[in-house]
Ligand binder design. Structure first.
Ligand SMILES: NC(=O)c1ccc[n+]([C@@H]2O[C@H](COP(=O)([O-])OP(=O)(O)OC[C@H]3O[C@@H](n4cnc5c(N)ncnc54)[C@H](O)[C@@H]3O)[C@@H](O)[C@H]2O)c1
Length: 250
């Protein structure tokens, strides 16, 4: 119940999917949470639902476009104003694309790099000074199995998720002296709105590549994020936690 008691977390892309599940689990474990998203109405609805469930203001919703440095500064300010500081950053916001190298336009490339890759860097840049003030922190960057292995149809997505993996390790090395741990998570197929757009007949063969032969619920990633955010993971930094039903073990 209290694995995150006394901690304040900022979760990007928290309106729905994995980010919303993480906000629910974090609040249940005693954290205060700011969720930021470009889907403002849904973000507020998610915060309201969690607050009604826990019976107090555990979650605040804000507008956050992860590609904008000013929005990140506002998000960190919101953590300090609403809850007194910042201990945990989950760089969760992301978009997918299903296009190969030649099929991807320059606009599409820039858009996905800005959100999935630049957004993670901007988030860490904004959060680290606030974490230093608290004497340390934990940053969890959501990559993908597609940041570890290749596939034929998502060139820009692979590029960004691979970049997040090594950006995470670079930050882990840089901020170890500040007691800020930085880790990446590599989900396989997670049943969120992101994959809902893929027709079931196309998704099932991908799911079947994993020995467990199923997609995961967002909470199955969320509990791993809780672990990395908590003091239980006090010696874990620069690591990559694979949550994929065995997809990359084959
Ligand atoms: N679902 C999967 O199978 C899967 C697998 C591996 C990795 N991931 C990664 O997990 C993370 C969460 O994805 P999800 O499955 O919950 O998808 P989702 O589409 O349900 O949620 C993503 C959230 O990010 C938000 N977002 C998009 N652009 C944003 C921006 N510029 N600023 C702020 N928020 C923005 C969306 O509004 C949405 O609420 C993503 O980084 C994704 O790449 C997902």
């Amino acid at each position: 119940m209290d694995r995150l008691k006394g901690k304040v977390a900022l979760i990007s892309g928290g309106a729905r999917g994995q980010g919303a599940a993480e906000a629910r689990l974090f609040a249940g474990e005693g954290a205060k949470v700011v969720i930021g998203d470009v889907r403002d109405d849904l973000c507020k609805k998610t915060a309201d639902e969690i607050n009604a469930k826990v019976g107090s203001k555990a979650v605040a919703a804000i507008h956050l476009d992860v590609t904008r440095a000013a929005d990140w500064r506002g998000a960190v300010d919101a953590c300090q104003r609403e809850f007194g500081g910042l201990d945990i950053l989950v760089n969760n916001a992301g978009i997918a694309n299903m296009k190969g190298v030649e099929e991807t336009s320059e606009e599409e490339w820039d858009s996905i790099v800005n959100i999935n890759q630049k957004g993670v860097w901007l988030g860490m840049k904004a959060a680290v000074p606030a974490m230093r003030q608290r004497g340390g922190g934990s940053i969890i960057n959501i990559s993908s199995i597609f940041g570890l292995i290749g596939s034929s149809g998502s060139a820009a997505y692979h590029g960004t998720k691979g970049a997040v993996r090594l950006l995470t390790k670079a930050a882990a090395v840089q901020y170890a002296p500040d007691k800020i741990r930085v880790n990446s998570i590599h989900p396989g197929v997670i049943l969120t709105p992101m994959v809902d757009v893929i027709p079931r007949e196309d998704l099932q063969p991908i799911i079947n590549l994993a020995p467990m032969k199923r997609g995961a619920q967002p909470e199955e990633v969320g509990w791993c994020v809780v672990f990395l955010a908590s003091d239980e993971a006090s010696f874990v930094t620069g690591s990559e936690l694979v949550v994929d039903g065995g997809y990359t073990a084959v």
